[in-house]
Design a protein around this ligand. Structure first.
Ligand code: DGL
Length: 275
């Protein structure tokens, strides 16, 4: 591995804006790394599409980022991580990190003995069974219960993350799990961390006051730090940059990115790209 490769950027992509919650966690954990973020805003949402279509879209995003000489590819989208990771690992020459395995590991760690691990995710992620497999690979004692929560995605996109409507939507999705003894709830979709306060409040009312709510973003940033260290790919000290690309509506992306990223990026240029 050439020493120069350490200074190369990390590629990261999502179906749209939501993956910026993962980018934010990476920027906090690894401030010297430069990130090139691609949001496929022209084709979001992925979570309602077939695995076949998601794999096709993921291939386009990954190839675009690979053409920028990235040293690692982070798949910030849970749906892509759930269905397309093996294909990306075979087709790309760089290490590929998804969000499902780190999220499941954090969920397993937070699930108390005698309780189950709940997963809120898109229809595609739930149907893939990826969280169930990832948890089973880590522990034979943790049982997983899953729920699709599709309406939480547009609410997050709208910035409608608190108040009666998101609370009712969250309650509707969580109530069927009320008797499932859920001890930890994994937010298995890039958008849900934006609704974390609402999901936590409603979750504790519906599932019990001890409920732990787990966001895979921090665990993914930690897994990335380990990967960079193990492969001698960590960037030299210094501030890392952020490069943003989208496939549609860069103006809207710039407007809402600051909220997802938790830092003011209104001055950054957002490039429009075609896949
Ligand atoms: N990025 C997707 C995920 O994490 C959520 C939005 C979508 O459905 O595309 O599963």
């Amino acid at each position: 591995m050439s020493a120069a490769r350490r200074s190369w950027p990390i590629g990261i992509f999502d179906s749209g804006l939501g993956g910026l919650t993962v980018a934010a966690a990476i920027r906090r954990r690894l401030p010297s790394e430069t990130l090139v973020y691609l949001g496929d805003t022209a084709r979001v949402p992925y979570g309602t599409r077939s695995a076949h279509t998601v794999i096709r879209y993921a291939r386009g995003c990954a190839r675009r980022l690979a053409s920028r000489d990235v040293k690692v590819l982070v798949v910030a989208c849970n749906t892509v991580s759930a269905v397309a990771l093996p294909m990306l690992r075979v087709e790309l020459d760089v290490p590929v990190l998804g969000v499902v395995a780190p999220g499941a590991a954090a969920g397993v760690a937070a699930t108390r003995r005698g309780s189950r691990m709940g997963v809120l995710a898109t229809a595609g992620t739930v149907a893939s069974g990826a969280y169930v497999r990832a948890a089973a690979a880590l522990s034979s004692r943790v049982e997983v219960v899953q729920r699709e929560a599709p309406l939480l995605v547009p609410l997050a996109e709208e910035g409608w993350v608190e108040g009666a409507v998101p609370a009712q939507v969250a309650a509707r999705y969580l109530e069927p799990l009320a008797s499932a003894r859920v001890g930890a709830l994994v937010l298995g979709c890039t958008h849900y961390p934006l609704l974390r306060n609402t999901i936590t409040e409603v979750g504790r009312q519906v599932l019990g006051p001890q409920l732990a709510v787990v966001d895979g973003a921090e665990a993914t940033a930690e897994a990335l730090a380990t990967l960079l260290e193990d492969r001698a790919l960590a960037a030299p000290e210094g501030p890392g940059d952020l490069d943003l690309m989208v496939t549609d509506r860069p103006d809207r992306f710039a407007e809402v990115a600051s909220r997802f990223l938790g830092e003011d990026v209104s001055g950054l240029d957002v490039a429009l790209v075609d896949l």
